[in-house]
Each structure stands twice: as structure tokens, then as C-alpha cells.
Write a protein that binds this ligand. Sequence first.
Ligand code: DAH
Length: 349
Amino acid sequence: MDKISELRAEFEKKLTQIADLVDLDKLRVDYLGKKGSITALLKNMKALSNEEKKTFGAEVNRLKGYAATRVDEKIEELRKAEVEREIAAMPQFDITAPANTARGSYHPITLVQRQCENVFRSMGFTLEDYSEVVTDYECFESLNIPKFHPARDMQDTYYLDNGQLLKTQTSAAQNAIYRKYGPRLIEKGEPIKAVFPGRCFRNESTDACHENTFFQMEGVMVGKDISISNLIFFMKTMLSEVFQRDIKVRLRPGFFPFVEPGFELDINCLICGGSGCASCKHSGWLELCPCGMIHPNVLREGGIDPDVYTGFAFGLGLTRLAMMKYGIADLRDLNSGLLNRLDQFTGEW
Ligand code: DAH
């Protein structure tokens, strides 16, 4: 019996000195393994009487059970200590400290796009979405730009194996819009008034003013007696809203196969107010938005009779508008993802 209590005391003493799981496992093998000291006690029982064997055996088994439980407890204890050590080693933070309030911001193009959308919606235009991958028919043919028309040269783009292409202009959605709203115009006399922003692509060598990816917002209005005065009114209203000041506009002739007559819409220079400066090449005007009266062929292709209805279309360069509004000198910054340049607009929206 002394042997048992001695072994128990010895085991307890060693157990308290154990500091990691590897040593603990060694201790377990030393005492409880096949050749361990506790197991050995059972082997040494031969000399004992049957009566003694019973009580001694029971005592040894109790010690065995006790040792196994203590090993399990120690495992728990060591694991807990390990977690506590890890927590203590972690960088401490003060949960009561005020939060870091730096927030992300909308991209400058998103900001101007939303502004334009809101203004046009408030004037009764519907807002349309359109895909970036389109057919040759949508992007060119339906817009009075047949195959081998020289106007295609300026709009080289990325073609897919199936003959589709990344749209070079938001005008590519025009035909679908006429087909969508044309019946309502014809049956109920409700004019088509729609804007459709979108990402456009062209095969360009990039520099401060050219990118292979840019954003436009196309707008159309088609109905009875729609004229250039309507176009001027809507563009002036939208621009005055976006720039938050009264904007003067002027139209110069411009050629686009899908409008007749076609124009370049200029606004008075925002830097010098029109008196002439380096930004406007001393002309007092900045070129902003090509537009025009929709060509009869384009209306006809969209299922609308050009002898009854007329309309205007414009292709506002959102990228250009964002650059003007925010004074961004290099267009490439807009696609760069450089947050330290883009986040200066935080809080704008
Ligand atoms: N789609 C033309 C371009 O990207 C811009 C344009 C010109 C759109 C005249 C129009 C328009 O709707 O009437 O070069």
C-alpha cells in the first residue's frame, strides 16, 4: 500500500512541473503506458495472497483511474494557458476608442452620372440599362453606319470570336429603345424620353485625354414636333444643375452619321467664364457634348415613321464631364484605382 501512495505522490509532484503537452504525454507513458510504473505494480502482484491481490489490485486500478483523470485535466489546463498566452500576445486595442471615421467614396464618374440621371429623371426621362457586348447591327448598322463606312475607322474596338463587340458608343442602345417605346409613342402619342448611361470601349493609344474605357450617357427624345430648341433646353437645364450655375451653350456643326443636322455642343468656359484662358484655348468655349436631330434612317430602322415623328439625340461624355467638374487633368487617373486621388471627393454625394 505504501508503494501506491508513494507512486501517487511522485506522479502528482511531476505533474505540477509539467509545462507543455509533449512532456505531459511522456509522463503519461511513464506511468500509465504498458511499461509504466503503475502498470508495473499490477505485474508485481504474484507474491501476494489472493485476498491481498483483491484489495491491492483495486487500489492500483483506482490510482490508474485517478492518474488518467489528472492527465486529462492537465491537458485542459495547458490548452487554456496556451490560449491565454496567445491573447496576451495579441496587440491590445481599446474598445472604447472612437471609430476610424474615414469612409470610402463614390467614384467621380459615378457622382456625375447619378447627378445627370437625377436631373433627367426629374424632367420625365426614363433611365435605361444596356449591355456592354453588342452586335454590329446595334453599334453601327442600325445607326446609319453601314459596313465599310469611314466613320467606323474612328471607333475600332474589341471583337469577340462570335462577331459581337464591346460597344464603342452608348448610341448602340438607340435602336432597342425605339423598339421598346415606339409602340407607346405611336398608340398613345407619348414621346420617347430616355437616357442610358454606359461604359464604352475603343482601341485607343492612351494618354491624358484618351482611354480605351470611358463612360457616356446617351439621351433621346422622340415625338411630334421635337426640335433643336428642345435639345438646347434640356441640355442647358441639365448642365446648370450639374455645375450648379447658369451655363451658356452654343452649337457648332458636327458630323455623325446617325444625326442630321449634327452638332457639337459647347459650354462657356468654367475657368474664365467665357473671357478666354489657357484651358479653353482662349476661345471662351469648351467642347462638351455631340448631339443632333436623329437621322430619318435611324428612326425608320427603329420602327418609327420619320415623316410623322422627329427627335434629338445626344452623347454626353461622362468621363469628360467628371474631369471638368472636378478639375481632373489626367483621364487615366479615373481608371487607376488610386484611392488617394479618388477619395478627395468623399462626402460629395
Ligand atoms: N456616339 C457618338 C460618339 O461616341 C456621340 C454622339 C454624337 C451621340 C451625336 C449622339 C449624337 O447621340 O447625336 O462619338
